[in-house]
Design a protein around this ligand. Structure first.
Ligand SMILES: NC(=O)c1ccc[n+]([C@@H]2O[C@H](COP(=O)([O-])OP(=O)(O)OC[C@H]3O[C@@H](n4cnc5c(N)ncnc54)[C@H](OP(=O)(O)O)[C@@H]3O)[C@@H](O)[C@H]2O)c1
Length: 225
């Protein structure tokens, strides 16, 4: 049975993917800060998962997380967590920008570096990060530190893919999703251009489980045609 670690599984896309994948024969590990939400997810999945409460913004603890992952020896790992302050760059506190850069870039970059040490992760066959069709290759005003982190993550993942790692390293790039990340009054919501997260998760699962799936996959949204 495969062990799959879902990092950022308590809400949003991570929860939807983790919930659907856990209906299949896997041993899931659910990771995030929100204990209650992870417990309710695990209940929904028949209590078969492990729950790890972790804050990825504490970047000095990433080596401990890597040690714990090494012991669990996952077959696949998916990092969903990201975020950042909304507003003009200069008007937001530096600590909030730093949080964004840590959770959305530094933590996943450090994890990737550790996970690619193949001797420590002999079973690991797939690592997936989440980019953004909105913010990883173009400006995203009022979400500047988030966009900077997403540009960095995409640059890192695409570069490492071209180095030819032994694991199946991938990037999933959705557009606007109906999750907590998108403010309630965000313009795409008003324009009806927000994709249902369950639909995005279905597409994610089909793609991730397809050994021939594109390494960098941009999710097509019905209203973007
Ligand atoms: N929503 C969109 O429109 C959109 C568009 C393009 C790309 N994306 C990308 O899709 C991915 C998922 O986004 P989403 O919309 O599902 O976001 P979300 O609803 O805000 O969920 C984020 C998840 O990450 C976890 N997380 C956040 N900060 C964390 C931290 N410091 N430590 C541990 N876990 C943390 C959250 O759990 P806790 O709060 O419990 O820790 C939650 O489970 C992100 O990479 C995002 O950039 C989203």
């Amino acid at each position: 049975m495969e062990t799959i670690a879902f990092l950022g599984a308590s809400r949003g896309l991570g929860r939807a993917v983790a919930g659907k994948w856990s209906q299949l024969e896997i041993q899931p590990i659910f990771v995030a800060r929100g204990k209650n939400q992870l417990e309710s997810l695990n209940q929904q999945c028949g209590q078969g998962g492990e729950i790890w409460i972790w804050d990825f913004s504490q970047v000095d603890r990433i080596p401990s997380l890597l040690n714990r992952l090494r012991e669990a020896s996952p077959d696949r790992l998916i990092y969903f967590a990201a975020g950042g302050p909304y507003g003009d760059f200069s008007k937001k506190d530096w600590k909030d920008h730093l949080w964004s850069l840590r959770v959305s870039f530094e933590a996943p970059a450090h994890l990737l570096h550790g996970l690619l040490q193949a001797e420590a992760f002999p079973k690991l066959k797939q690592i997936i990060f989440i980019g953004s069709a909105i913010a990883d290759d173009q400006a995203d005003p009022k979400a500047s530190s988030y966009a900077a982190a997403k540009h960095g993550l995409r640059g890192l993942v695409e570069s490492v893919i071209q180095e030819g790692p032994k694991v199946d390293l991938r990037l999933f790039r959705p557009g606007y999703l109906d999750t907590d990340l998108l403010p309630a009054n965000a313009a795409p919501r008003q324009a009806g251009e927000v994709l249902d997260v369950s639909m995005a998760a279905d597409n994610f699962l089909t793609w991730a489980q397809n050994p021939k799936g594109e390494k960098v996959f941009t999710l097509k949204h019905p209203f973007s045609e």
